[in-house]
Design a protein around this ligand. Structure first.
Ligand SMILES: [Zn+2]
Length: 389
């Protein structure tokens, strides 16, 4: 069953509910937020935020951690906090990738806001091995390591610097399906963080490899540490206080700081392309193959709710996206993984499970080159059979 308003259907992996009129929980949550919260650009939205915050806490904190979101958005969080005289400590993760847009957005925050910045990364070979393990044994959720890393780096800084508040922007994917309620404070605890944010715990061998890497940071990669810290501190989403409009917020600051959004292959310009449009490409392909649902479906559903596109237009855009040529070559170069191994990983998934989607087009590389870690993990068998649906 598909929502009568947007593109979200009942098979969405995050869980979605429908009312008697066939409207999904995401659309209903959106309407509730719009009615209850002040818009992001309303001049009194910040004093309302302060008022609501003080209802729960005696004072505004002096310092707070802000997770750097390469989707943009962080600039608005920084502006709000500095206006409230809260000193932000921006924490970023993933500098092991040479992603120019990521560093461009980070530089904009560094140049325009007076705050401290702390960055974390994992040795590239280790993270490649971990992602390969997650893809090979973890039902295709290679991204959970990365998302987990973003949370762990903030919690590690909270522990080391004894900071008790974290402020991030929206809880994007959970808000899309409506399982994040703006009235419930501090929702990011177990099991919610594993269920709705990372999509499950890390594989035991991945956690062990990270923990034995030898740095204080990687020893914190565990659900136990995350749970301990999440119960000790407060993780706020500013979208629970202010009616959040990612598109307009990012357009506003992008224009102000002269930054353009990423261009997502087969879709459009898009601020929400995570830490790389190329990684989105691959992880979204896996997501569609496993669940039948694309992240683009979520972005389009949000656009329908904001009245930026009608349902028919959104369905057509999604159809075009699913027929695109998947740029696995770009992904393999970005990650430093042999393109054949990327295809081989998809081949394994194809055999292990009845897939919901079969991609029809791939950009292939012209000639052979290096051997990667994948060959150690799983010897190659047959090539992926590419089928038309
Ligand atoms: Zn809906």
């Amino acid at each position: 069953m598909q929502c009568s308003k947007c593109l979200i259907s009942d098979s969405h992996p995050f869980g979605v509910f429908f009312d008697a009129n066939g409207i999904c929980s995401g659309c209903n949550a959106f309407t509730n937020r719009r009615n209850a919260l002040l818009p992001w650009n309303d001049s009194s939205s910040q004093s309302r935020l302060k008022h609501r915050f003080l209802e729960n806490f005696q004072d505004l904190p002096n310092k707070a951690i802000v997770p750097f979101e390469p989707d943009g958005e962080t600039w608005f969080v920084l502006e709000i906090l500095t206006e409230l005289n809260i000193q932000p400590v921006v924490v970023y993760f993933n500098t092991q990738y040479a992603d120019l847009k990521y560093f461009e957005l980070l530089s904009v925050c560094q140049e325009n806001f007076d705050c401290d910045f702390l960055g974390f990364s994992i040795p590239q070979e280790l993270i490649k091995w971990c992602i390969a393990e997650e893809l090979a044994c973890g039902l295709g959720h290679g991204r959970k390591l990365e998302i987990f890393g973003r949370y762990i780096s903030c919690l590690f800084v909270a522990e080391k610097l004894d900071i008790h508040h974290v402020f991030s922007g929206p809880n994007q994917q959970s808000e899309i399906v409506g399982n994040h309620n703006y009235l419930v404070a501090n929702q990011l605890k177990l099991p919610a963080i594993l269920k709705f944010v990372t999509g499950g715990p890390l594989l035991p061998q991945v956690q062990q490899a990270l923990n034995s890497n030898g740095s204080a940071f990687t020893t914190r990669f565990s659900a136990k540490f995350a749970n301990y810290m999440l119960n000790k501190i407060h993780w706020h989403h500013l979208s629970d206080y202010i009616f959040w409009d990612s598109q307009n917020i990012n357009d506003f600051f992008g224009k102000k700081f002269k930054v353009k959004p990423r261009d997502v292959n087969g879709y459009a310009e898009c601020w929400q392309a995570s830490s790389s449009a190329l990684k989105l490409e691959y992880f979204d392909l896996i997501r569609i193959m496993m669940t039948g649902h694309s992240k683009i479906e979520s972005y389009l559903s949000r656009d329908i709710r904001f009245g930026r596109i009608d349902k028919f237009g959104a369905q057509e855009a999604l159809k075009r996206y699913l027929l695109k040529e998947w740029d696995l070559l770009g992904f393999s170069k970005f990650m430093g993984i042999d393109a054949d191994d990327v295809l081989h990983g998809l081949d394994l998934m194809n055999k292990s499970k009845r897939l919901r989607y079969h991609p029809s087009n791939f950009k292939r590389r012209p000639s052979s080159y290096s051997i990667s870690h994948h060959q150690v993990l799983f010897p190659r068998a047959s090539k992926l059979q590419i089928k038309e649906v």
